[in-house]
Every structure is written in C-alpha cells, then in structure tokens.
Design a protein around this ligand. Structure first.
Ligand code: KIV
Length: 289
C-alpha cells in the first residue's frame, strides 16, 4: 500500500470548521498502531495511560520519559497516516519551561512524535507557551487530569460546581490563546463540554465529556475489553478481546498437554532416507570411538 497524506496538527482546526468529527485512540505498540492506522484513525495518542494498561502501575504517576519514548518509537513505526501525539509524563513538564522544552524536544527528536500533550491550564501556561515558541505543537488536557489524582481525590467527574466550571472555561481560553492545536476534555458534564466546544476556535477531543465535543478519544484497551474489570461508564466495549485471548490461550495449553499441538501442518518434514543416513553415521562414529 502506498504512503497516504499524513494528518497534520493544522488539519484538526480544518476538520472542526468542516464539522468532521476527529477520531483519536491510544496505542503503545507498533501492531496496535498499525491496525488503528489501517482502520483510518486520525490521531494516535501514546498516553501515559500506558502505565496502567500495559505496565501494571496503579496510576499514571510512575511513568517515565524513557517509557513514553520507548512506546512512542514503537507506535511511530506502525503508522502511515495518523498524527502521533506523545503524552508528557508526570514531572517532565511541571518543573520549568526549560525542562519542558527539553523533554518535549526528545519526544519529537528521539521518539518521532509530531506533537505532545500535557495536562493542566493556567498552571502550565508558561510551559505551553515555551513549547509553542519552540515549534512544538501542543494538545491541552483539562477536566479530569489523572496526574493530579491525589489532588482530585480519585477518578471523579470534574467541573460540576460553578467555580470549577468557570476555572475550566478560563483555562480553555488561555490555552487557546497560547496556541494549542486542540484540547482534550476528560470526564466533565456533557452540556458544559458542548457549550465550551462551540465557543472555542480550536477543536475539543472528549473522553467522558459527551457527544458535543469536536472529536473523541478512548483508551484502546478499554474499548477492546483488554483492561480486565476496569470499566468506566463513559467507555463502550466494541470487542471482547480479553475473552478471545483467554480462550485462545486455554485451547493452546490443552492441545500442548494432549499432544495435539504441533501437528503435521505446523512441523517441518525430512525424508526417511536422509534421516536414516544421519543416524547410521552417528552410530558408526560412536562405535569407532
Ligand atoms: O493517557 C491517556 O491515555 C490520556 C487519554 C485518556 C486522554 O490522557
């Protein structure tokens, strides 16, 4: 298959203007990214959710730059068309604008990503501006920001109260003015997300934020049934790969134990004459010793 025209960060705004929904999925490895790209997804986020769905951490805080870099490289190798966005892990951008540019630069230079995402509003404005000034495209992230899990007291719907909703709107406008090319809105009331989306020139990408956003993102493992019992209300299951995998593994184990695998079809043959010669030779050399 030939190379397709890649999706660019500037296409996000064009899609919003045309009323085309933007699709985004998370991926952390080459094959998953290839399958998503072939299915026609617009953008792939190498989310720090990798820590929870692939690395077995309880939350996203332990994820390191090296881990995101490793997974970003793998995803980039599988992609032909989709825009690849790398998540900035906890403490890779909170410390200073200089450190943020250095780390984001690595995600583009060494990881091959086209853009980065970072969580937060007003608090990370200086970092966001520094990135954009350095030519690094930024996707914002407001609402439930999992890196602030301890401050938020758990994975809860955000911006239900007036003051919180007002802060979210102010943050969204600040990020828009700073030049982010899009904004993830996570786990906020749908009517708030819809009204905010309509009032912004940049597209919003919702997760648990209703259908009024300009695009949607989900953690691929959640929609494929690969996250065990973890099932947030905003996820829809499109496949049950977890069950299919368990069934496949169980059948393999049973067939190995019963001697049914491998069969002739999965084995390589050798003619009897050659085989006999080899063993005859071996026997002769043993008797000559
Ligand atoms: O890390 C992630 O996967 C994310 C998405 C849920 C938006 O931040």
């Amino acid at each position: 298959m030939g190379k397709k025209e890649p999706v660019r960060t500037t296409d996000f705004r064009l899609m919003k203007e045309k009323g085309q929904k933007i699709t985004m999925l998370t991926a952390y490895d080459c094959n998953m990214a290839r399958l998503q790209d072939e299915a026609g997804v617009d953008s792939i986020l190498v989310g720090d959710s990798v820590g929870m769905v692939m690395l077995g951490y309880d939350n996203t805080l332990p994820v390191t730059m090296e881990e995101i870099l490793h997974h970003t490289r793998a995803v980039v190798r599988g992609v032909n068309r989709a825009l690849v966005i790398a998540d900035m892990p906890f403490m890779s951008f909170q410390v200073s604008p200089e450190k943020t540019v250095e780390n984001a630069g690595r995600l583009l230079k060494e990881g091959g990503a086209t853009a980065v995402k970072l969580e937060g509003g007003q608090e990370v404005l200086a970092q966001t501006r520094a990135l954009i000034a350095a030519g690094i495209p930024v996707l914002g992230h407001l609402g439930l920001t999992p890196q602030s899990i301890h401050q938020m007291g758990g994975f809860k719907v955000q911006a239900r109260a007036v003051a919180q909703a007002e802060k979210l709107i102010t943050d969204a406008r600040l990020l828009e003015q700073a030049g982010v090319f899009g904004l993830v809105l996570e786990c906020i009331p749908a009517p708030l997300a819809e009204k905010l989306s309509r009032s912004l020139s940049i597209p919003t990408i919702g997760i648990g934020a209703g259908s009024g956003c300009d695009g949607q993102v989900l953690v691929a493992h959640d929609l494929l049934g690969l996250s065990g019992d973890f099932a947030p209300r905003f996820v829809r299951r499109y496949a049950d790969l977890g069950e299919a995998m368990q069934e496949g593994f169980s059948r393999y184990l049973a067939e190995v134990r019963e001697g049914e695998f491998p069969g002739e079809k999965e084995s390589f043959s050798m003619d009897q004459e050659t085989l006999q010669k080899i063993f005859d030779r071996e026997e002769n050399s043993e008797t000559n010793q």
